[in-house]
Design a protein around this ligand. Structure first.
Ligand SMILES: [Mg+2]
Length: 403
């Protein structure tokens, strides 16, 4: 796996260094991806923020409170007036921060630790933001996000994530940390697909596996991390594909690839369960009927496989209409903010930030931080691999850990 990431970095260096022959092409290509990268990160945050007020409400409770069509717009926080994001977006941002610290260290010092270790460390810092009394300024930390006071707020953090991270151990797909198939793994892995640009099928497989490993840090059941591999693949097609593939084609390609990777490593029972849900979501998306009824027949989204399938259903149902897709993704009995977040990450990667209506961005909490992180994922570290980096801003954030 390491080879792929090294090659990725070589390309990035070429893109960053002025004289390289392929530099302008690569830089241009990355710039082309910016709209999709922002679309995915912001899209996920929108779905998360729209779904948060109804996360623990049944559909009946939702219609009693918000009317027969459910929640159709943000229910902003009374105190701040903004639509607040939850642990889904917080952890997605920390995933990105961990990846970028690791890749920067690799460039500056030639250190080659697995990226999952940096992400794990970033999650430990996220965990501290969820606990009262963590000193924002004085505490030892490596993530610049840790210095953002607005992130030091518990937003119904997943208990599985907290327990796994608190244990100090890092789960992997081979050495599972627990038997959880909760959706807390899949809802945070988008940055893998946003940062690394696959060029070969082997790259794509490696990235799918990295997505799975990052989910497996806290979620040990295959149905907790397989969906993360599928999501990573799909978002990769959306951001770095040639634009010719539909979301359905991307989902099919993603599943075929992931199934092939894990055949023999994961029981047929789990692979079949995942496949059944994906096929069902695809089928339902073309059937007339109410979204809430269709989603109910997929599940509630508390588990990774169901969250991915519900998100997929919504993206396939409304591939050109971000608002409708988000509204469908959060109005149901289940885990609305996570299904909203996953749907937003996927659809945003395909349609780009430009296709997300302004109303969703205006009041979104942390939008400047989310946008900055998207831009950093797009541009990457400009260090030349010999310890030199001309970008002081970058070093402050990803070497020194300051906002
Ligand atoms: Mg949440």
């Amino acid at each position: 796996m390491d080879d792929v990431f090294n090659r990725q970095e070589e390309n990035r260096i070429q893109a960053a260094s002025a004289g390289g022959k392929s530099a302008p092409v690569l830089r241009e290509e990355r710039e082309k991806a910016l709209d999709s990268i922002r679309g995915s990160l912001i899209g996920g945050a929108v779905g998360d923020a729209l779904g948060y007020p109804v996360e623990f409400m049944s559909w009946n409770q939702i219609i009693v409170k918000y009317g027969l069509k459910g929640i159709l717009k943000y229910a902003p926080d009374r105190r701040t007036g903004s639509a607040i994001i939850t642990d889904d977006t917080q952890m997605t941002l920390f995933t990105a921060n961990g990846i970028l610290i690791g890749e920067t260290e690799k460039r500056l010092k030639g250190v080659h630790k697995p990226i999952t270790e940096y992400v794990h460390q970033a999650y430990r810092e996220w965990m501290l933001t969820q606990e009262p009394g963590a000193d924002v300024i004085r505490m030892d930390h490596r993530c610049w996000l840790f210095e953002i006071p607005a992130l030091h707020v518990p937003r119904a953090p997943g208990l599985t994530c907290l327990a796994a991270i608190r244990s100090g151990k890092m789960g992997t797909t081979v050495k599972p940390i627990n038997n959880s198939k909760g959706c807390g793994g899949v809802m945070r892995v988008a940055p893998v697909a946003l940062y690394y640009r696959p060029e070969t099928d082997e790259d794509r497989r490696s990235l799918d596996e990295l997505g799975a490993e990052i989910a497996a840090i806290t979620h040990g059941h295959p149905l907790g991390w397989l969906p993360a591999a599928v999501m990573t693949h799909m978002i990769g097609v959306g951001v770095y594909g040639d634009g010719a593939k539909t979301i359905r084609a991307a989902a099919d390609e993603a599943w075929q690839t992931v199934r092939t990777i894990y055949r023999g490593r994961v029981s047929d029972e789990n692979l079949d369960a995942m496949e059944k849900l994906i096929v069902w979501a695809e089928k339902l998306s073309a059937v007339e009927g109410k979204d809430v009824d269709h989603i109910r027949s997929i599940g509630e989204g508390w588990t990774g496989d169901e969250a991915l399938a519900i998100a997929l259903y919504c993206c396939l149902r409304y591939p050109d209409d971000f608002s409708k897709a988000m509204i469908a993704a959060v109005n149901h009995d289940g885990d609305s903010d996570s299904t909203g977040a996953v749907a937003g990450n996927i659809l945003g990667a395909f349609i780009g930030e430009g296709a997300i209506e302004e109303k969703w961005k205006t009041d979104l909490e942390m939008l400047p931080v989310i946008t900055q992180m998207a831009d950093d994922l797009c541009h990457g570290c400009a260090a030349a691999g010999d310890g030199d980096c001309p970008d002081e801003n970058w070093l402050r954030k990803y070497r020194d850990g300051h906002a």
